[in-house]
Write a protein that binds this ligand. Structure first.
Ligand SMILES: C[S@@+](CC[C@H](N)C(=O)[O-])C[C@H]1O[C@@H](n2cnc3c(N)ncnc32)[C@H](O)[C@@H]1O
Length: 338
């Protein structure tokens, strides 16, 4: 590690220490997140060039859309998301360290992108006696970029492996299973990207691993649409919660069929009469680990979406939700006959 790498690691450590300081609300830490992201970009030493066409290099597989390396790097800018994931994963590593392991905690991170945004900052504050990451991404360009960054930062002893592979083809060594499984290949409402498929595939091979995120829940609420994207207090006042309609967690995975393409969600009856001018919307909430969670308006991943039905939403409708895996994974809703 040369002099420049030394100060790069030190700068990343300083920024990460601030990001992990739980006395500071994530919303107040944008400058520190930008400093960390700048260190990550510099650590790739030009082996990763963000493209002008940000979707150049994306891959469509039988399990969904894999964001391009440029867009994956841009996810860091969804800064409250990034900070809450870093805090949740950091806490999960510390928790696992005092659990039976008494050895470095093994983390499998699927979909790490070109900056390994949820790993490299933590490697600036944890050492190889505490954690060992296996980093996986479908894009060779991303893995090459992370390889350079790991070398440049001098954190190679905390990296067990770097693998360019579709995570749906990744086989976990049963003799060396991860303690933690980190997967962030998602959008709001678990649309388009293969979060559900990857989680199901990897969680089945590592039944004791803690999932990060722990739970992704989609809820149906009736809200004033103006307030849903604006003032939080007003939104609380105006909304009516109709309950969770789909969840991705250890608990829900155990209830899904091992290889089915359609996963059952909940059924919901809409109120009759309809309350005022409220609109049916889907809200995603993400519990990363313990108390670290993301609510609506915290992140692009939890941005509310209008409920899509074939035809208008009517008072008294009975709705059935199901999650469809495949090329265009998505939560679907259909009306049951009265
Ligand atoms: C939404 S980006 C997130 C990047 C990074 N994990 C973060 O949180 O900032 C998703 C990443 O997952 C990768 N990815 C998506 N599907 C994948 C798959 N089936 N196998 C491996 N990597 C995948 C994409 O290439 C991309 O780098």
């Amino acid at each position: 590690m040369d002099q420049g790498s030394d100060s790069l690691l030190e700068n990343l450590r300083r920024a990460t220490t601030a990001l992990l300081d739980e006395r500071r609300p994530p919303f107040s830490l944008r400058p520190e997140l930008q400093q960390a992201a700048e260190c990550l970009h510099r650590s790739t030493a030009g082996s990763f060039h963000p493209a002008d066409e940000i979707d150049r290099g994306e891959t469509r597989t039988a399990h969904g859309l894999c964001l391009s390396p440029t867009m994956a790097a841009m996810c860091a800018d969804d800064y409250v998301r990034t900070i809450v994931f870093l805090r949740g994963l950091h806490r999960a590593i510390l928790d696992a360290l005092v659990d039976p392991p008494r050895r470095p905690v093994r983390v499998l991170y699927a979909g790490c992108g070109p900056l390994a945004t949820l790993a490299l900052p933590l490697l600036s504050v944890l050492d190889e006696s505490q954690v060992r990451f296996t980093l996986v991404d479908i894009h060779h360009e991303s893995i090459a970029s992370v390889r350079t960054a790991v070398q440049r930062l001098g954190v190679g002893r905390s990296v067990a492996d770097l693998v360019a592979i579709d995570a749906l083809n990744y086989r976990i060594d049963p003799g060396n299973p991860p303690d933690l499984l980190v997967i962030e290949t998602m959008q709001a409402c678990l649309a388009a990207e293969p979060q559900v498929a990857i989680t199901r595939h990897l969680a089945a091979q590592a039944p004791d691993a803690v999932l990060i995120p722990e739970t992704v829940r989609i809820e149906l609420r009736l809200v004033d649409p103006a307030a849903a994207f604006g003032d939080a207090d007003r939104c609380e006042a105006e909304e009516e919660r109709l309950g969770p309609v789909f969840e991705l967690s250890r608990r829900s995975l155990s209830s899904f069929p091992a290889d089915g393409e359609v996963l059952s969600g909940a059924s919901v009856v809409l109120p009759d009469p309809w309350p005022g001018d409220l609109q049916a919307m889907l809200f995603t909430t993400i519990r990363v680990h313990g108390e670290h969670h993301l609510e609506a308006r915290d992140s692009g991943l939890t941005s509310p979406r209008v409920l899509a039905l074939d035809g208008p939403v009517r008072p008294g409708d009975r709705l059935r939700f199901s999650y469809h895996l495949g090329r265009d994974p998505q939560l679907r809703c259909h009306r049951l006959e009265p």
